[in-house]
Design a protein around this ligand. Sequence first.
Ligand SMILES: O=c1ccn([C@@H]2O[C@H](COP(=O)(O)OP(=O)(O)O[C@H]3O[C@H](CO)[C@@H](O)[C@H](O)[C@H]3O)[C@@H](O)[C@H]2O)c(=O)[nH]1
Ligand SMILES: [Mn+2]
Length: 911
Amino acid sequence: MLYGKMTYGRGHDDEENSQFPPVIAGGFRSKPVSGEFPIGSHGEQMLASSLHKRVHPYPVSEPGSAKWDETRKRGWKEKMDDWKMQQGNLGPEPDDDPDAVMVDETRQPLSRKVPIASSKINPYRMIIVARLVILALFLRYRILNPVHDAIGLWLTSIICEIWFAFSWILDQFPKWLPIDRETYLDRLSLRYEREGEPNMLAPVDFFVSTVDPMKEPPLVTANTILSILAVDYPVEKISCYLSDDGASMCTFEALSETAEFARKWVPFCKKFNIEPRAPEMYFALKVDYLKDKVQPTFVKERRAMKREYEEFKVRINAIVAKAQKVPPEGWIMQDGTPWPGNNTRDHPGMIQVFLGHSGGHDVEGNELPRLVYVSREKRPGFAHHKKAGAMNALIRVSAVLTNAPFMLNLDCDHYVNNSKAVREAMCFLMDPQTGKKVCYVQFPQRFDGIDKHDRYANRNTVFFDINMKGLDGVQGPVYVGTGCVFRRQALYGYEPPKDPKRPKMVSCDCCPCFGRRKTKESKRGANGEATNLEGVDDDKQLLMSQMNFEKRFGQSAIFVTSTLMEEGGVPPSSSPASLLKEAIHVISCGYEDKTDWGTELGWIYGSITEDILTGFKMHCRGWRSIYCMPKRPAFKGSAPINLSDRLNQVLRWALGSVEIFFSRHSPVWYGYKEGKLKWLERFAYVNTTVYPFTSIPLLAYCTLPAICLLTDKFIMPEISTFASLFFIALFISIFATGILELRWSGVSIEEWWRNEQFWVIGGISAHLFAVVQGLLKILAGIDTNFTVTSKATDDEEFGELYAFKWTTLLIPPTTILIINLVGVVAGVSDAINNGYQSWGPLFGKLFFAFWVIVHLYPFLKGLMGRQNRTPTIVVIWSVLLASIFSLLWVRIDPFVMKTKGPDTKQCGINC
Ligand SMILES: O=c1ccn([C@@H]2O[C@H](COP(=O)(O)OP(=O)(O)O[C@H]3O[C@H](CO)[C@@H](O)[C@H](O)[C@H]3O)[C@@H](O)[C@H]2O)c(=O)[nH]1
Ligand SMILES: [Mn+2]
């Protein structure tokens, strides 16, 4: 560590930067693209003019925005309308005066909460309460009725049952108040896109992350980028940043091709208003040319575009094919200079801007959104914090170059499926009444290409359609890492404004007036703590706050200044060249040293599920988030559909949760002081961090039926008719909550059942490994720091998890499956030998064993389906473990019998 810091300290970085041009010069392609400019006069000009365009950012002081000052005055009016909306009356409609309709429409709320019908929600709540009571009675009965000849089994089982009850409570209660929402895109447009006035919609910076072009094919990323460039939003308000953590020339060249193809693709999308705007998915659709009146040229142009896309694909594939074998001297760009990212772990920061205002326009001469390639600096010895680090680098680069007040974050495989998605989010974020308190708008993750029966619950609908809707009724959904629109100020660690109804009346048209803003900001402080500087004279105050800001945000004055522009925008005075230089500075790997990045600001470090932590931090500060589910899914991604990839993904999530659980930011103990996290929201966060621990009782519980069958013991004593009522009631209440939950959420029973199954499968494999690995990190971390660090620095998309664990993950479920099958055989043959009287007690145990086997069934299928690929070692280990285990019990069995008395029981297996 020390070595790294000494060698590549800040001083050295500067040298490094002067060695490599801050911007990758164009011209490495034989065919120059107009959007790709060499640094120099043309490039400067391009950036300059396009940046100047954005000096008047969103609604501050534009001519039309006088309405912002007005908002306060007409607050009562909106409240009235709100109230009317809630009465189910969709606003006033005096059809005698069309102008009046217009005016009223612009004042209507942009969205509405749609409560779930009480006929659906009330029975659901009643059953939850009933289940709680029944559970208490059940546990009381279980505790008061020990099994004397099998105390161990009984004790294990009730400990498990108590834990399950506890985790059920954590999972259930945040779903007490689920809500739906409705947006009004037409009102958004009426309010912010008035004819004859400048468009007042807020600019949005898109962030896309990619790391490994072999695992994340450039064609997939290209489709994502194309779908972003074609969104239905004013082009000059859109910028797209691609973070390439792999520093791969392949990704870079593919992006350059993508920018070129976008010039044809984007106008095509907009002309025919097609969906989705990712070409691969679009051309995979069957089009009914007779449906709706399509323009006469459509068929012809579609066919031509399809051919263009195919040619584009060929070019991308050629780039990928070329990238398979690294030449010994490393990659050389087409201008003959070596690619700066040849060493992926030791390279300077790289930025290239494509398209944009004075870059290449589309084939019809219209402007295209700006597209920026970013690869942050990497040096050995620096922790770069995987995706969270990449996102924080993008926050800063985008702040320097475009500084949109909102940003939309997508994984490279998640394309825009609904071109109006950004508008949907703006219905919440730009709502003059409540918008200012919203830190982000999360969209559900939806997926393409999942098998029909969704064998491994990849769709996660139970989470996305039940849990997240529940949280939306509390303090908002958790952030899930993709498909989320953030308010930039919320990521800067600020608290939400106290009074949401008062519009900010700050105007900041030009850079030099920052002093005024600083005075204002310093009173709030980046953590929201009131630093009362009323008496201090302005200059001193400015200086103090500046120092404060630099400590917080790092040493870039331009970046720090940009954070003060609540409505976004870039100062007009600075030259584009200096901005690009600054952009390179803010992605240097030492930039975050001794700042609040990753601890208080931006994406939060410390867990491989950075998403949960990042959202949690904001909720603790009192922000609320919004769950937005447009009818046409906003974004769609891909999911791992094979068993081991899926288990590895679940392992990573669970390990991330365990990391959070043991960290400073554990929801169990963090954030009480502020008192701004609602307690049900905290429940949900605690649930997301403790669920991996459920794997331990789950493993025990899945082993119990086998043990019971092999030893002829049971976890409960002979049961009376009265006591059996507890069981039946519990069973019914569990079933009923499930059914009623499906009823209000619209999730299908199959999806629910898949989720149950995968809960067991993931639980006894991935979650279990996550707990063990997490504990190892915590406990052994101190002694073997070096080893842990060197593994962690290799973060090729969490490579260490992918490569090493995939075989071992399969062992516990396979073992459990086999011992339960053996148990069933043993139990049945035992009963056959002993005659009919032993069938009664056997029934309970068999039922219990079947419960396990049925849950593991998809796992068994996965194992069978991949028989040729199931490594022999897994089979051998599982058979070995299972037989050792069974033998052990068979051995112990006679010993146990002796103590029991004269009842000489035959062993079912080998006697
Ligand atoms: O060093 C890294 C590692 C990963 N990534 C990116 O992170 C994203 C997520 O990786 P993926 O392997 O697709 O993980 P998933 O499990 O599918 O992702 C879910 O879970 C992650 C948390 O574990 C979140 O970060 C993701 O947004 C969320 O979609 C991808 O875009 C990667 O390119 C980086 O940018 N840098
Ligand atoms: Mn993914």
